[in-house]
Design a protein around this ligand. Structure first.
Ligand code: SF4
Length: 61
């Protein structure tokens, strides 16, 4: 089965600019007003690049 990248919101301290926003080649990651990163499933190709950019492992395959 194809993997799908998801956001594990509880792991995010929500107190900084998400570094994965700039790492995503598709521009699929944005941040909600409370700091929670969000993935636009229409844009995401599930490449997995963002997995390496969050020190809190918020992005999960
Ligand atoms: S899996 Fe790839 S395309 Fe999807 S949000 Fe992460 S970096 Fe962007």
């Amino acid at each position: 089965m194809k993997r799908e990248i998801t956001v594990v919101e509880q792991r995010c301290p929500k107190n900084h600019r998400c570094p994965a926003i700039f790492a995503c080649p598709r521009g699929a990651i944005s941040q909600a007003n409370d700091g929670t990163p969000m993935i636009d499933k229409e844009k995401c190709t599930n490449c997995g690049i963002c997995l390496n950019y969050c020190p809190f492992k918020v992005f999960q395959a």
